[in-house]
Design a protein around this ligand. Structure first.
Ligand SMILES: Cc1cc2nc3c(=O)[nH]c(=O)nc-3n(C[C@H](O)[C@H](O)[C@H](O)COP(=O)(O)O)c2cc1C
Length: 331
């Protein structure tokens, strides 16, 4: 490795914006709301990217989109809001609304492989319509007055480099301020080893920071990808689910895994925020996807995990977790 290579703890810039370190929370649809981002920041992430938000939802000032998806906590800055869409005018207006809501950066999703999104011409489908992709990036920049970044895949099919080519054009022709690169083809989903050498090729080809995503399941995996790819920063996605401590590990604040009391306390924090955000009834359903991630690191029995999963009300979930957090009696 190059001796002058920055550490993950060193700051870097996206356009004028200083990001305090090189460990980022990736966008996660249905998950990356304000409190998940705040949690990542609390544990050391330099920047958190929102779950993808419809540019149309913003443009039409959809009430729930504004109230829930555009909620930004004052302590989460800098924060990036990720938008998806397929119309440059709508992207311009959606990005302006995201800027008003307090975004520091706009990210555009050009990597989503989900059929429902691609069918509209958004997400990874933009790899097939590069002129539209450039127009979206320009529209977002003009509408928001903020630096615009793009997150994309390496291609649609295995071996196809259309994502690489588009990333180069976005940097050179549309003034994009950074590229989030997930070097797997859209059709391979989340399977297989990401191509970190292709990421290195992109790093050498463009003048803006490249942020690598994909396969960063643990701190050692993230460090390896950072070294192999030569990227400016890493973006943690599934590796952060129920494990915000990965940000502490990568920023040098922790070497030991969290105790079960710490995990339980963290989960109680999440439950409180979810209830505040969604109200008790919606939060109790929403949290069902969060429990398994935490329960895994608590190492509890399958029966207990199942009970938590089925618990319909939050007070009961809190009691069960409180019990899990009880210190193990010494012999
Ligand atoms: C549940 C889930 C939701 C995701 N949502 C988004 C999204 O909204 N926008 C996006 O650009 N990528 C999204 N991704 C992709 C991740 O940001 C990341 O690129 C991908 O998971 C690869 O990283 P990993 O192998 O470390 O998980 C999502 C991934 C998962 C698993």
């Amino acid at each position: 490795m190059n001796a002058t290579r920055p550490q993950l703890t060193d700051p870097f810039r996206i356009a004028h914006l200083e990001i305090p370190n090189r460990v980022l929370l990736a966008p996660l649809a249905g998950i990356g709301n304000w409190f998940v981002r705040l949690q990542a920041k609390r544990h050391g992430a330099g920047l958190a990217v929102s779950e993808m938000v419809s540019s149309f939802g913003l443009h039409h000032r959809n009430e729930r989109t504004l109230r829930e998806l555009m909620r930004i906590d004052p302590d989460e800055h800098p924060v990036s809001v990720q938008l998806f869409g397929h119309d440059a005018e709508v992207m311009r207006s959606g990005a302006a609304i995201a800027a008003e809501a307090g975004a520091d950066l706009i990210d555009i999703n050009m990597g989503c492989p989900v059929r429902k999104v691609r069918r509209t011409g958004a997400g990874a489908e933009l790899l097939r319509d590069q002129d539209l992709a450039l127009a979206l990036a320009r529209g977002a920049a003009e509408g928001s007055g903020l630096p615009v970044t793009v997150k994309l895949r390496s291609g649609i099919e295995a071996g196809d480099r259309s994502g690489f080519d588009l990333a180069v054009r976005l940097a050179e022709e549309a003034g994009v301020a950074a590229i989030g690169f997930h070097p797997r083809a859209a059709t391979t989903g989340h399977k297989g080893k990401p191509d970190y050498l292709l990421t290195r090729e992109l790093v050498e080809r463009v003048d803006v920071p490249v942020i690598v995503s994909g396969g960063l399941k643990s701190a050692p995996a993230a460090r390896r990808a950072y070294a192999e790819s030569g990227a400016a920063a890493v973006m943690i996605a599934r590796g952060s689910l129920g494990n915000p401590w990965v940000f502490e590990e990568l920023t040098g604040r922790r070497t030991e895994p969290p105790s079960s009391a710490e995990v339980a306390a963290e989960l109680l924090w999440v439950i409180d925020r979810a209830e505040e955000h969604l109200g008790e009834e919606r939060a109790s359903r929403y949290l069902r996807k969060f429990y398994p991630w935490y329960v895994e690191s608590l190492g509890v029995s399958a029966e207990l995990a199942d009970e938590l999963q089925r618990s319909a009300d939050l007070p009961r979930a809190r009691r069960l977790i409180g019990d899990l957090a009880a210190p193990v009696p010494s012999l």
